[in-house]
Design a protein around this ligand. Structure first.
Ligand SMILES: *Cc1c(COP(=O)(O)O)cnc(C)c1O
Ligand code: SF4
Length: 334
């Protein structure tokens, strides 16, 4: 090392790729051949919740198409300033449900760790877009308090890593956490809720696959894919790699106006998921978070779409239509 040079934190290749994500609305518009007239509103809305699009995801967006279902999920719009009664900053009561910093234990038998505040992509409809991750970040205390809650409650058999996106953590940080969880006898299952395999497939490293293969815990990964166009060859490949680790793959989607609120779109999604070995698990009604009013689909429309899907697809290809209601002891079926 040259004298006086501070040690450089070595980033993994996937971390370097993630660091190249588009975060400037002007660059997004230019890369996708979209009109410059969208820029002022995009800049304003990006102040509410920053723009972030990794390049592999960007490459799946059709240039020049303002109605692209992937674009709609990431492009900041003036619509985010619309106020509608009932849309607020903590729609699912996370703040009240927090037992210790970063640990949510709402439902019997499973508890959720907010392992990190960072995400691989910023989805405009995200129900945690206003969440105070700085306050809730358990990584700060090395997950100590969350782990001691888990140790003390032997009714908890399943730990869910969520966030943010837990796969934003490095493989070594994840390995540390998993090894702490493995030491707790009553914990049998590890579930990872993540969108990173979809938006940045190279995140699925061989180290991560080894971790999933070798743990004594039963592993489940819940992906977050909203549209068939999000699934390309690279996503399909990593799904197969993940399956080879013995991990059960499920998917949850959010029902989003202008993205996937049609029978065709959801049928295509289910077919693509099954072709990748992923079972459609939940279709969520939007959590009513401030800034996302323009994504809402009425319950009536949602039920109608689901009814038609049920008449067209094998039972296992139809996700459960649910909503999260603060204070309930599970997700609520519609
Ligand atoms: C959604 C959620 C779960 C998982 O619920 P399942 O129905 O088991 O998928 C667990 N804990 C919290 C806090 C949740 O919000
Ligand atoms: S990846 Fe998940 S947590 Fe992150 S912004 Fe998107 S919806 Fe929210």
């Amino acid at each position: 090392m040259i004298q006086g040079t501070p040690p450089i934190l070595q980033l993994n290749p996937w971390q370097q790729s993630l660091a190249q994500s588009v975060t400037d609305p002007a660059v997004l518009l230019q890369q996708l051949d979209l009109p410059k007239s969208l820029l002022p509103a995009a800049r304003q809305a990006a102040k509410l919740f920053g723009l972030k699009v990794p390049l592999p995801y960007l490459s799946r967006i059709q240039k020049g198409n303002l109605n692209d279902p992937l674009l709609h999920q990431v492009l900041p719009l003036g619509d985010e300033f619309i106020h509608v009664d009932g849309f607020n900053h903590d729609p699912v009561g996370d703040h009240d449900a927090m037992q210790s910093p970063g640990l949510l234990h709402k439902y019997h038998g499973r508890a959720l760790i907010l392992a990190t505040g960072a995400c691989g992509i910023h989805c405009r409809y995200c129900f945690r877009r206003h969440f105070n991750y700085a306050e809730a970040n358990p990584a700060k205390q090395q997950w100590k308090q969350a782990l001691s809650h888990l140790r003390e409650d032997d009714s908890i058999q399943e730990v869910i890593l969520s966030g943010g996106d837990p796969l934003s953590l490095s493989d070594s940080r994840l390995a540390e956490l998993v090894s702490e969880l493995e030491k707790i006898k009553h914990i049998k299952r590890l579930r990872i809720h993540t969108r990173l395999p979809v938006v940045l497939p190279e995140r699925i490293t061989s180290n991560l696959c080894q971790l999933l293969s070798n743990t004594r815990l039963t592993t489940i990964m819940v992906l977050h894919i909203n549209h068939a166009q999000e699934i390309d060859k690279s996503v399909k490949n990593i799904c197969h790699q993940l399956k080879n680790t013995g991990t059960q793959l499920l998917n949850q989607s959010v029902l989003l106006a202008g993205v996937n609120n049609s029978v065709k779109s959801l049928r295509d999604l289910s077919e693509s998921l099954i072709n990748c070995g992923v079972i459609p698990y939940y279709l969520h009604q939007l959590d009513r978070v401030a800034g996302a009013t323009h994504f809402e689909v009425s319950d009536q429309e949602a039920r109608q779409i689901l009814q038609t899907l049920n008449s067209q697809l094998s039972g296992y290809m139809v996700p459960k239509l649910v909503r999260e209601i603060a204070g309930e002891n599970s997700k609520s079926a519609l």
